[in-house]
Design a protein around this ligand. Sequence first.
Ligand SMILES: Nc1ncnc2c1ncn2[C@@H]1O[C@H](COP(=O)(O)OP(=O)(O)O)[C@@H](O)[C@H]1O
Ligand SMILES: [Mg+2]
Ligand SMILES: [Zn+2]
Length: 687
Amino acid sequence: MEAVAAKEFEDKFLEFYNAYYTEQISALFVSYPVKRSLSVNIADLEKFDHELAEELLNNPDNVIPSANSALAKLNPKPDATKPVYARFFNPDTSNAPLLQDVGSEQIGKLLTLDSLVIKRSEIMPKVHVGVFKCSVCGTVVKIDMDRQEAPEICPQCHHKSLRQITEESEFINLQRLEVQDPLEKLKGNVPNWHMEIWLQDDLVNSVLPGDRADITGILRIRPRITRTGKQDKSVFTMFLEAVSVNPKQKEFAELEITPEEEQKIKELAKDPLIFDKLAKSIAPSIYGYDEIKKAITLQLFGGTPDKRLIDGGLIRSDIHILLIGDPGTAKTRLLQSVTAIVPKGIYVSGKSVSSAGLTATAERDELSEGGWTLKAGALVLGSGGTVCIDEFDKISDEDKAGLLEAMESQTISVAKAGIVARFNAKASILASANPKFGRFDRNIYPSEQFDIPPTLLSRFDLIFPITDLMDEELDRNIARHILIQHEAAGAQIAQVAEYEQVEAPPIDADILRKYIAYAKKSIKPRLTKEASERIEDYYTDLRKLGLKQGATPITPRQIEGLVRLAEASAKSRLSSIVELKDAEIAVQLTDYMLNTLAVDKSGRRDIDILQTGMPKEKVDKINTIMGIIKEMEEKEGNAKVTSVLEEAEKAGIDRQTTVKYIDELERSGDVYMPKPGILKVVKHESE
Ligand SMILES: Nc1ncnc2c1ncn2[C@@H]1O[C@H](COP(=O)(O)OP(=O)(O)O)[C@@H](O)[C@H]1O
Ligand SMILES: [Mg+2]
Ligand SMILES: [Zn+2]
């Protein structure tokens, strides 16, 4: 009976292929056996034979073998041994289920999942046709291991004596993936559901962790393996045996925007106050922080992507922002609200995230049955979106090294155990850090109160200090803002009809998310002469000031930051040209940062405070102290610490500072103490 059905299906597929796929099939067999797969659009099959398409979706195991054997019959090459595959795909994934909605009802059916790949296993050989031999009577049995379990009893003599002969069995490459729902479908929720995918034969290595793909396959179950390695016969794990894999552009958020919504977005963009309205709609539950919210607004849009330098180098378009400051100032709350509102957002905390969780790694795990699995972390998964990293200062030193690569070149490399891989990590980073000594102190340089190396600090386009100011009016406003929300929420639960309404954000979250996605996808602003002149003037004026004061207030690195910010401002009003007012916004925010964080104790503007961790003022003092020590050594053979302290004091450096810097010079190997209280300069070979 089944054989009849199979023959019937095969004939139908021959007819279907002839009607729809002749060209593709000739092309396929030109490159056979390197190419072995034909992509078949389920919508075409639907047009050709509705019932057959239905049967494919509901009973793929009945249909797919016939589709494959029909295809093999069209192979003009004689004695072809490698199998060919009809790789069915679904052109429309707008209704693809979320993983949480995939359940036992779909077992054995053909499904398409819109997935984000998070892990990829090694390639493992899997038995495809098992050959078994009876050790008692010598009978040989061949088993299709894709459909049947390994037999134990000999069909001839009925002893439990069958042994597999590996040399004669046929193997097929198998690779497992772990996928989750794409970030934009989760809307800031933590992804809880994962699904295992099996890729076989030529599908192997078709995607990397971090990739987005539509994966069509048959939902299957297998017994769970318990910790002791035994099979649990009552609880099963679901996995999808892939029929086709179609990777897609992952840098854009795939949000469905209807023509009406597009109209509304364009309408909003015309409002002259749009930038302020966007900024006010970010984290509406948090009071104040107007500058920070403006900066975050720009970050969500980002600069013009894919710009290249003349030598081909890619220019980063993502804007990185760091918030540093006091505990309890809503930093965490702010990061979480941003995660929830952006089209693609991930929140991680530096305290709990592992290196795999943040960048990418190769790890041994069960997906590879103890072999190496390649795993993508937040920065890879969040490519094209915003990654919020809380407790940035708590990230391990090893991971900070990986972060540096990600923040500047926007890639992450893994080289471990013979695995070499490079991932895209085009995410903008919104980070927050707490000071080492409890509260932020404006009189201490950032590099001294945050465990963040200057190399990393200098990769942020904007850094904002947040201090918990004691101010009666501000305190009252914050308190009111928090309390109104609690009153309103409480009233709603208690179903009280009258309560003070919470002021609604000017733009609601859903349309804001779509507005950003639309701008990122369609608007690529370019600089006008006026805008670039504004940036040029700002830069050269600051440099002139630096020349006068004897410190460097700004470096070329900030020019790129200014351009990114100005481009983002143009994007935020859907403008394809960057105008003077956009440059003004960029200058205003950058200057705010430089003026609060990159000013030394004597009031000089000095970017080295952020970029090297060592302000010019400190470099000057260290040079003075070093000069004193050298001079004394030349005159007297060595330098007494007490004399150095006296001399330095005459040069205007207090004793405490001199002691601290002598200590630093000792640690850096520039001076040493042959005897207590005596200093000598370490002679370097080059001198
Ligand atoms: N400006 C503010 N507006 C609204 N809530 C605030 C504000 N400042 C602090 N809070 C509240 O204080 C609490 C602590 O915030 P949190 O995000 O944990 O601080 P942090 O991460 O900076 O230590 C939160 O419940 C937050 O809502
Ligand atoms: Mg916090
Ligand atoms: Zn036997």
